[in-house]
Design a binder for this molecule. Sequence first.
Ligand code: BG6
Length: 502
Amino acid sequence: MVATQKNPLLDGLQIRRMPDPCALVIFGASGDLTQKKLFPALYSLAFRNLLPDRFAVVGVARTEETDDDFKARMKEAVQKYSRDEFRDDVWDKLAEGMRYVPTDFADDSGENHVAEVLNELDEERKLGGNRVYYLAIPPSVFPTVVTALGKRRSTEGWTRLIVEKPFGHDLESAQELSAAIQEHFTEDEVFRIDHYLGKETVQNMLALRFANGIFEPIWNRQFIDHVQITVAESIGIEARAGYYEAAGAIRDIFQNHLLQLLAITAMEPPIDFTAESVRNEKVKVLRSLHTPGPKSIVRGQYGRGFVEGEEVRGYREEDGVDPRSMTETFVAAKLYVDNWRWADTPFYVRMGKRLARRETTIAIQFKRAPHPPFEEAAADGLRPNVLLVHIQPDEGVSLAIGAKVPGQGMTIRTVHMDFLYGGAFRTGMPEAYERLILDCMLGDATLFTRTDEVEEQWKLVDAIVAAWKRDRPSFPNYAGGTWGPASADELLHRDGRSWRRH
Ligand code: BG6
């Protein structure tokens, strides 16, 4: 029998450096994020031999649990949520370096206990004192934990801090948090997560724009009519009422994921792909953003409806939600980027829960041809060219162009040129957290947000929230399973435009 060799090209090129030996300490290890995202990501990294040989993971949380219980729970989580097949040898190697420390974050002796375990691991596994502290904890306990970590910094090796969102609740609280961090850590030791930046398709936006010669010359106000960014989710708030009631769509998605997508779409080409250069360009976009006025921001809250054929509750009926809640679950806005490239070009953005479908897209709509000789012959009303970037799902890029319908006469119809990740690349899509955890271990902050970016994002959100205080919309104003309130459609109709057809 002839043995078939695996084609090495299908694995893609492994050109990345291997991180230094280190310990990853997860604060908030009993939470959903650790089970659903962090451990599956660590497992996938281990599966591909991307973790250093000398590595340890310490889970820290309030729940009383033994090392073995913790390992068993995380094993189950990996089996359930990982994108890779489960292999005992991969798991056993990862589990060897796993520890769990039950402690109250606010308790000083708890921090000592974490330090003891880390020292033991340093001895045992020769980690060189290198630490990644992952803070997946509520912002209210950040300062206590950051101060404790700062005071007990290892004298050897490097220390890095990964901070989960939300980074503050407004500009003031974000600045307080930054001040607490800066007392003990330098900016290049802080890695603020916006997991959208870890998504392959978001990074591909940079490749699309800056690795191709054909887009950049037309990527501006002269050729682009407007941009539409959609972050639609069909899920509701799941079991997160406590968090969501205080956050709403504006803090949950707009302040971070949405504005980052916009910044990447609108930024100038960076001089290189280093953290400083990329973030310098993004922050300029965030600084130049403005909304023309309160009428350009629409908010909504879902009522009962049907999503994918199933009846769903209204937001106010969700467990833990105030029955008179005024929290928004949908935001649509018209934004302008005040610079030479984009002046007067609207960026329409919308995001919400319980919408008709899960879909994140960036649509670049070009101006119509200046003199269309075939106008009358267009079969379905020839639409302008649109470059549609599918961030998720159905990851890919699609260009809408006019083409002649075969046959007599000159009938034109819109057709699509598609690139689909699934078809072009034979490897699966890595999860955002795999990339981000590895980048932090390598000390590469390009895909993390810098303090000035976060502050600019909050400035815009604070202004919007302040304007909202002046009126009280009647909620709920859209049925679950639709595309949001009618006012979101009016926002574009007023400008003679409409949201992209689905
Ligand atoms: C999180 C939000 O940051 O992003 C959630 O808190 C949201 O409310 C999630 O559901 C969406 O992420 P993704 O990767 O599923 O698009």
